[in-house]
Each structure stands twice: as C-alpha cells, then as structure tokens.
Write a protein that binds this ligand. Structure first.
Ligand code: SF4
Ligand code: SF4
Length: 223
C-alpha cells in the first residue's frame, strides 16, 4: 500500500484561506487504511478548518467527499459538479490521486493535504514501514523475500556493511533491523543460504527512477 500522512495543519489552512468554498476529497483505499485520508480524516480536517477560520471571522463553506480510489479517473467522475462549484479542491489522497484530479479537471485548483511517504505495510497498530522502492527489476527471489534495496539503509546487495550489530542497523538501531540479518535468517530458514555465494553485479538503475518518469505498457491490452 501507499503510505501517507496528513500535512501540518498550518499548511492545509494556508491553502484553504484564500477560498470561499473548499471541497475536501478523501480516498477510501491506501490512505484510509493508513489513517491519513479516509472519510474520518476528511471529517476531522473539515471540522478543524471550520473552527480555525471561524476564529478568524471567516465563514468558509467546506464540502466533504470521499471516493473509492482517487488515482483512477472513473472513480472521480461524479465529482465534476462539486469541483466546479468550489474554488479550491483539497485532496486527501496520495500524490497520484492529487495529480489524477488535477489532470482530470484541468480548470480546478487542486492542492495536496497529505504528504505521500512510501510503499509499505502495517507492522502494528499505528506503525507502517517501507518495503519497496519500485526499482523496476525485483530481486526478492535472490534474498529470501527481503528487499535489501529498500530495507538496507545503504541499499547494499552483497552483504552487510561493517556497522551491523546484534541484528540491528547502525543508522538507527532502535527502529531498523539490519536487512542483511533478515536476509540471512530467512535464507537459512528456507534452505537457500547458498544463494549468497553469488556476487551481485552493480544494479542497473535504469529501470528505476534514474531513467526518468516511467510508463508501464501492456501491449496485449492496448486496443
Ligand atoms: S527489489 Fe525492487 S521491486 Fe523488488 S521489493 Fe525491492 S525495490 Fe521493490
Ligand atoms: S547495518 Fe545492515 S541495514 Fe544498516 S546499512 Fe549496514 S548492512 Fe544495511
């Protein structure tokens, strides 16, 4: 899932302040699961905005909406009328959702209300951690399903650095396990430790962001 967190309220308020009518649009998928931009968070943010602006003597009209997946235009089609009736749209989706709205409704002023952080998974209640950088050439098969590119603080592909101690990463021992300890433990568990005898060549980053913005084309589905 895509993990995001709400922007500092002052930033959201600054973007709403110049408008008379604001449309707050949440998304019921990833950002709802990470408690950043679902229906509840839209309601809380709208209430905070009303309160803050009332304190400034302004009666801002705020409309709350939430769509199933803001990153897919078909889910946003019903928003057209509401968007046209408001001065500013505050999107509580990830950056993809924000840009989808802006592209789909080119006349609309669309601002982000969240900071999109990473692709990850929930670890425990209220804690999410990063799992994939979207490198475009997955190597999880070689490392027992643990991604050293994402989970090693130095993106090392041929074993740990000298700072690994007691299974923890020297960059932040309290919060980050050493990815290479995880790789080793996992390969032992599944009987594939010999995989570590292979020397990994330097990674070809052209499939990642280093080749510019990426596109995925499935020729078999293109009409
Ligand atoms: S190897 Fe690449 S695609 Fe696979 S999990 Fe890691 S960053 Fe993501
Ligand atoms: S301690 Fe482990 S996770 Fe941290 S940078 Fe070194 S090898 Fe990577």
């Amino acid at each position: 899932m895509i993990v995001a967190e709400r922007k500092p309220f002052a930033e959201i308020l600054a973007n709403a302040r110049g408008a008379d009518k604001v449309l707050l649009v949440g998304c019921n998928t990833c950002v709802a699961i990470c408690l950043a931009g679902g229906e509840k968070e839209v309601a809380v943010t709208a209430a905070q905005l009303r309160l803050a602006l009332r304190g400034e003597g302004r009666a801002l009209r705020i409309t709350e909406r939430c769509v199933e997946r803001q990153c897919e235009p078909e889910f946003n089609e019903d928003l057209g009328e509401a968007i046209a009736a408001h001065d500013v749209v505050l999107s509580m989706a990830c950056g993809v959702g924000v840009q989808t709205l802006a592209e789909q409704f080119p006349e609309a002023i669309v601002y982000p209300a969240l900071n999109t952080t990473f692709m990850g998974r929930p670890e425990e209640r209220g804690v999410w951690s990063e799992r994939c950088l979207g490198c475009g050439d997955c190597v999880l098969d070689k490392f027992g399903g643990v991604c050293p590119i994402t989970r090693c603080s130095k993106n090392l592909l041929n074993g740990p650095c000298g700072g690994s101690a007691n299974g923890r990463c020297e960059v932040d021992p309290e919060n980050i396990p050493c990815a290479w300890q995880l790789v080793y433990d996992r390969l032992v568990r599944i009987g594939q430790l010999d995989r570590l005898m292979a020397v990994e060549p330097p990674k070809d980053w052209s499939t990642a962001r280093h080749g510019g913005p990426r596109r995925a084309v499935r020729e078999d589905t293109v009409p």
